[in-house]
Design a protein around this ligand. Structure first.
Ligand code: V47
Ligand code: SF4
Length: 381
């Protein structure tokens, strides 16, 4: 008699080979520990190579977190502080502009901007960060603010989400990062980020951004309180993204984020980050389920450099960037370097068997001569 696990895997393999969409049940099956991880990885690699061949992407970027003061103080967060805390900070306009200058001088094409919700800073302050940076460094793509900040701007300014997004776009917002999605399940969300926008609002804000022509990313925070229901909850999260992507096609990349408990209010319940096997399976299943997403990002700051490198063989096609000044994961115990050089990223990609391609935020190939950008090719997919 044939092994039922093997025959279901065979059936899924046949669907993947003929580019048929996988179901919720099939997604949950692929998360089962008795389903061979490497077989799932080989299927994900097939899909990844169908889309991107032998190419693997990276970008030259920097992060900017203008303040760590945040009224929400989410249990998952090791980064935020109360206003009077000794290590609370708010960057000045000059410090913010200096970060833009430093990024441009380092050859960055993108600044990734997210931050705390400061009780004494109004929407005009957050808007001016985008406006001032864009005015000073127009070639730097500003990937800024998640639905958590956008909803806060709308609430505190009395404007609609659409008005806020239109306004930010008019002063230089280039796209939105994927943060704040966490896990869409309401009960888990109540425990890890109770004050953040709910799943419907997160999705609605991305939908509005897509309608306005802004591309965005999507994340999923995993490895915290999902057990024993991890497969169902993660698959449900991915399928809600897949549904919105069917409607708008506005997402560029999906980024699974491994939870780092150190310094968070959840540290006593979650002793350590997820294992490499869990990371690789999550990457692989996301590549297989999200058939309408162009890119799966292995964010090395979150996965660790070693796991991110091998994730390229399990469905991921993008290592994200050189990443300077990242604070959110480093505050939560990430032992990874502060940044990687282009040479290091390219060597990691080559060693994994792929051809490194520098991309900009919109996945256009960047051509450089002596460090400076000389051209951008059409979007890669
Ligand atoms: O939304 C917060 C996560 C996210 C912790 O769009 C944590 O290109 C692990 O969204 N352990 C912000 N994760 C980072 C993010 C991101 C990163 C890289 C690229 C892109 C992109 C987006 O970090 C938050 C939250 O989900 N986070 N605290 C923690 N303790
Ligand atoms: Fe604030 Fe974001 Fe940290 Fe929550 S995760 S406390 S919203 S900075």
């Amino acid at each position: 008699m044939s092994d039922p696990v093997e025959s279901q895997l065979q059936a899924i393999r046949a669907k993947v080979e003929s580019s048929e969409r996988l179901s919720r049940e099939e997604g949950e099956f692929l998360f089962r520990p008795d389903v061979d991880l490497h077989a799932v990885g080989r299927l994900a690699d097939l899909v990844r190579r169908r889309r991107h061949g032998n190419q693997a992407f990276y970008n030259v970027n920097a992060h900017l977190n203008p303040t760590n003061v945040c009224v929400y103080r989410c249990p998952l967060c090791a980064y935020s502080r109360d206003p009077g805390d000794p290590d609370a900070y708010v960057m000045t306009r000059d410090e913010i502009l200096a970060r833009g200058r430093e990024a441009v001088q380092a050859g960055a094409t993108e600044l990734h901007i997210v931050g705390g919700l400061h009780p004494a800073k109004d929407y005009a302050w957050y808007r001016s960060i985008v406006a001032d940076l864009h005015a000073a460094y127009p070639s730097l793509h500003l990937k800024a603010w998640t639905p958590v900040e956008i909803a806060w701007f709308a609430e505190t300014s009395g404007r609609s989400v659409r008005e806020i997004l239109e306004d930010l776009k008019s002063v230089g917002l280039g796209s939105m990062p994927g943060g704040g999605a966490e896990l869409f399940d309401a009960e888990i969300r109540r425990q890890i980020a109770p004050r953040k926008v709910d799943a419907e609002t997160w999705l609605h804000i991305h939908r509005t951004a897509h309608v306005l022509g802004l591309r965005t990313n999507a994340t999923m925070l995993y490895g915290h309180l999902e057990r024993p229901d991890a497969a169902r909850l993660r698959v449900d999260h991915m399928l809600r993204l897949r549904e919105l992507q069917d409607e708008t096609a506005g997402f560029q990349a999906f980024i699974p984020l491994a939870f780092h408990p150190e310094g968070t209010q959840l540290a006593h319940r979650v002793p350590r980050p997820p294992t490499a096997m869990d990371d690789l399976r999550t990457i692989a299943v996301s590549r297989l389920l999200l058939d309408n997403f162009d890119h799966i990002k292995a964010y090395w700051i979150s996965l660790g450099v070693a796991t991110a490198q091998i994730a390229l063989c399990y469905g991921a096609d993008d290592l994200d960037g050189t990443v300077r000044h990242e604070k959110i994961h480093h505050e939560a115990g990430s032992k990874e370097p502060e940044s990687l050089t282009v040479e290091e990223l390219e060597a990691l990609i080559r060693e994994a068997g792929f051809e490194p391609v520098e991309r900009d935020t919109l996945y256009r190939r960047v051509q450089r001569r002596r460090g400076g950008v000389v051209g951008l090719d059409a979007a890669s997919s």
